[in-house]
Design a protein. Sequence first.
Lengths: 222, 301
Amino acid sequence: MIRVSHLNKSYNHPDMILKDLSFEVKRGEFVYLSGPSGAGKTTLFRLLFADIKPNSGQIVIDGLDLMRARPSRIASLRRRMGIVFQDYKLIPNCTVFDNVALALEIAGTPRKLIQKTVWQVLKVVGVERQLDRLPVQLSGGEQQRVAIARALVNDPQIILADEPTGNLDYEIANEIMHIFNYINSQGATVVMVTHNRALLQRFKRNVCYLDQGALQAYVWPD
Amino acid sequence: MAKIQDHIFPLFKLTGNNIRRHPVINLISISIITISMLLLTLYFLGYSNAARIVSSWRADLRIVVYLDDNIDAERMSALKNYCRELDEVLRFDYVSKDQALKNFKVTLGEDASFLTDLPENPLPASLELFLDSAVADVDDVELLARQLQRQVGVDEVAYGSSWLRQLFSLLKTVKYFGVLFAAFLSAVTIFIVASTIRLSLFARRETIRVLHLVGATRSFIALPYLFEGVFQGAVASFLALGLAYAGFRYFKDWLQLQAPQWPIALQLKFFTALPLLLFLLLGTLLGIAGFLLSSRWIRQD
């Protein structure tokens, strides 16, 4: 599903953020990208949806070589992915409904289906009552759920999530993790960036451990 | 299966959102396009009316050929035939010496009494040539007058077109100036629309980034801005034409009150349907051009 080969990345600096990184994530797998701060997790996360380009190497997702793909193909791939950002990236002037509906509208979903689908996915993440609110009127946990709802609404094959529990308290983080587990159980491939060791212990999954830009270990749970 | 309206509806929704959420930027843009379009509209309204009125004066173009007193019948007949053959001449009237005197008396009215004391009629007979304005250019009148002057039996040729020629030459200059003026105003308008769209893009850069990240294509992001440019141009054109019409009505009524005996106010006309449509189209095109100039700011990430 996701194949990363000999990936190198630096930001106008001789020191490489990512050094000759290679790994593979199979269809339906749930993988944590973990490591200390500055390990290159977020850089790798951004490379996985072609937000930035590597200096060298290859990323192939669902058969599409991200380095060679045209912008329209990248956009098409992103529509088939669900991406959850640490800072949520919700549109501040749009209601919860509009933020989630946007992903469906971009995909050209029939209007009749949009209302029903948005409501269903908001119910899954537990914010269906906040439908008409603006992001600023929601708590951090609620905003994160809305961001997850937007990522899920197109029924994506791949979910990429960057520290989705980073700003949340224990209980809400647990609820969010249950949502990701549920999505994964429905067949979606999940790649989640986290540096939260407690989380890795509570919800044991494969871990791709990065340190100083290199893959240190690929750990399977006991 | 997604229908075409499922793709188009979100674009209109985003356009509506853009306009609602940035009312000040839109208001500034529409105001500036309105002013530019109003200036253009007033300019062309003035020009088209002036050209039409001057053309109507040209339609009255006449050449009066004064004849020798001693012209014989044969020569007279030859001269009439010559005039009949001229393409520029629609028709001509022969005014005898007696008829000329009568006409002169009518013109003088009560002051005509002195004419009865004259020993003989001093007025010459003449041929009054009415020219076809569709054929005769103002420049041709002078040439025609010179040709007629050379005919045997012609004493003098009078024509009043020299001032008309100057007027036409002035109108021609005004027309060329108008093209430059329109080009300049269009360029300024396009630049302003582009700048306001760029401001709008800058204000919404985070939203645009989110759209990119959730898989929107460049056209999905850009089209609402194109529609916004079209909206601004169309609304501004309507406003400009409305204001120009109000101003035109006011000016026409004022002119009629100031100079009721002068028929010029009645000759003034507003644009017909075709120029109105062209102005609306021009305003819309200015909006589109403004968008195209700023669209390179929307990157495909």
